[in-house]
Design a protein around this ligand. Structure first.
Ligand SMILES: NC(=O)C1=CN([C@@H]2O[C@H](COP(=O)(O)OP(=O)(O)OC[C@H]3O[C@@H](n4cnc5c(N)ncnc54)[C@H](O)[C@@H]3O)[C@@H](O)[C@H]2O)C=CC1
Ligand SMILES: O=C(O)[C@H]1O[C@H](OP(=O)(O)OP(=O)(O)OC[C@H]2O[C@@H](n3ccc(=O)[nH]c3=O)[C@H](O)[C@@H]2O)[C@H](O)[C@@H](O)[C@@H]1O
Length: 440
């Protein structure tokens, strides 16, 4: 059984390292962030991911999982080394692979024998070859000639459901040049999934492209249903029934057809832009993806129009905002629709009473320019007290069962902008609410 190292203990690195350990592997997770590693050594989890903490604790305790800033020991002791560092967008939309190449250099510095270097970071086509070249160069500088293979093994987990996604992936993608590397990867994953998960073996470039093509397609599905929702709204059609009926067609499938305020998160937006640049770099254009990005931006602004049209002049109005994270079960607000919608509401004169079960710390940082217009609240009912209207922005479970008797007793305005379609119009209207959903 190969010993594993994971370089970059962020979201993907931590989940990968912890769950591979839980499957029975011996894993060392490395990060340059000493504070993060210190916390992890003491069982403190730096990300919000439901269910992860007990798994970290039990694997730390049984000694299969280690956290360190010392990449040298991790590399020397491991045969398979995952790279899971960030690939943030550059100003021009391209993915910045400097952290990936830096990690590759660090690995090469301490290589002491055959290694499989597995890139799990979402990286443009060509990155695996750049990693290979970087490692060759460092080994050459060191005057050594250890054999190694580079593998591209993109990750498809989602924040908030990362454990389930990692435990039960739809597929595993292994891009490699050498059958021996594929065998080593199968030894890693076969041990976990007993070969029950479809595995795609491909060349390096294909594996890298699969990740971008998948993310952009999912983002496109969301954008498509949002556009159809906007038309439904004007025509007394109901997007939820439209989506349900579409989804029953197995060629379409039911997932990623929930209309809402636009997709967000740390990956869909950056990966779509990177894909466009990648296409440009080889003389192609991705017009669907370009239109999708534009449409998604408009969708967020459309939500502001919806609120203004429904509530009239926003100057001096108190608006309760339920949810600022880009999706439930995460504290992540990167590229969240809230980042566009809240500042615009404030610009139009509104005062906001904001509640999010996990997003406040990140929110305080992201909304520092409008903090004077935000009152942070500890629960739904504090947020809606004395408000003129309520906006549901994130589909956290607790927003599905608001106690409307209590709501009324708090002098909360009976105008509901349900931007995740958690409620039905008719019962809300019967309760005396002016109800606005998305696409119905
Ligand atoms: N967040 C997600 O849900 C998913 C992310 N991805 C992709 O995975 C990659 C990583 O994403 P996240 O985990 O969200 O990033 P992140 O930003 O949470 O974590 C990256 C970590 O790498 C560390 N790091 C940077 N350079 C290093 C080095 N030379 N040595 C050791 N550690 C180093 C940083 O300190 C940080 O802790 C990205 O390419 C992302 O697109 C893929 C699937 C899901
Ligand atoms: O590369 C990545 O990082 C990951 O990106 C997404 O995962 P994630 O960003 O965690 O979240 P999703 O659940 O995909 O949601 C993305 C956005 O789309 C929105 N969405 C999703 C589904 C839907 O039906 N409607 C909808 O508006 C969500 O609210 C959210 O803002 C992909 O789903 C993962 O497979 C991929 O690994």
């Amino acid at each position: 059984m190969p010993i594993l190292a994971v370089v970059g203990t962020g979201y993907v690195g931590l989940v990968t390292g912890v769950l591979l350990a839980d499957f029975g592997h011996t894993v060392t997770c490395v990060d340059v962030d000493a504070e993060k590693i210190n916390k992890l050594c003491n069982g403190q989890i730096p990300i919000y991911e439901p269910g992860l903490e007990p798994i970290v604790m039990r694997n730390l305790t049984c000694g299969r999982l280690h956290f360190t800033t010392d990449i040298r020991v991790a590399v020397e002791e491991s045969e398979v080394i995952f790279i899971t560092v960030g690939t943030p967008p550059k100003e021009d939309g391209r993915a910045d692979i400097q952290y990936v190449l830096h990690a590759a250099r660090e690995i090469a510095k301490w290589m002491n024998g055959y290694k499989v270097i597995v890139n799990k970071s979402t990286s443009p086509v060509g990155t695996a070859r750049a990693i290979k070249q970087t490692i060759h160069q460092v080994l050459h500088e060191r005057g050594v000639n250890f054999p190694f293979d580079v593998v591209s093994n993109p990750e498809f987990l989602r924040e908030g459901t990362a454990i389930q996604d990692f435990m039960h992936p739809y597929r595993i993608v292994i891009g490699a040049e050498n059958p021996h590397a594929i065998e080593r990867m199968k030894a890693v994953y076969g041990f976990c999934y007993k070969n029950e998960v479809p595995t795609i073996e491909a060349n390096l470039e294909t594996a890298e492209m699969i990740k971008y093509a998948s993310n952009a397609y999912l983002a496109m599905k969301v954008t498509y249903i949002n556009e159809i929702a906007n038309v439904c709204e004007k025509m007394r059609a109901d997007i939820q029934l439209v989506a349900e009926a579409m989804g029953l067609d197995q060629r379409i499938g039911p997932s990623f057809l929930k209309a809402g305020p636009g997709y967000g998160g740390s990956c869909f937006p950056k990966d779509a832009s990177a894909l466009i640049r990648m296409a440009e770099d080889c003389g192609e254009s991705l017009q669907l993806v370009e239109a999708m990005i534009k449409s998604n931006q408009l969708q967020k602004l459309r939500m502001v129009d919806k609120i203004r049209d429904g509530l009239g002049d926003l100057a001096g109005k108190n608006i309760a905002i339920l949810g600022i994270t880009f999706k439930p079960n995460t504290d992540d607000i990167r590229e969240s629709p809230a980042l566009v919608i809240l500042p615009r509401l404030v610009e139009l004169g509104a005062k906001l009473r904001v509640y999010d079960p996990c997003g406040r710390i990140n929110g305080e940082r992201a909304f520092r320019d409008i903090l004077d217009s935000i009152a942070w609240c500890g629960d739904i009912y504090e947020a809606v007290s004395d408000s003129d209207a309520t906006v549901i922005l994130t589909d956290w479970d607790e927003f599905r069962s608001i106690d409307f008797d209590r709501y009324e007793s708090l002098h909360a305005g009976k105008v509901l902008f349900d931007l995740r379609n958690l409620y039905e119009r008719q019962p809300m209207t019967e309760k005396g609410f002016l109800y606005f959903g998305v696409g119905k």
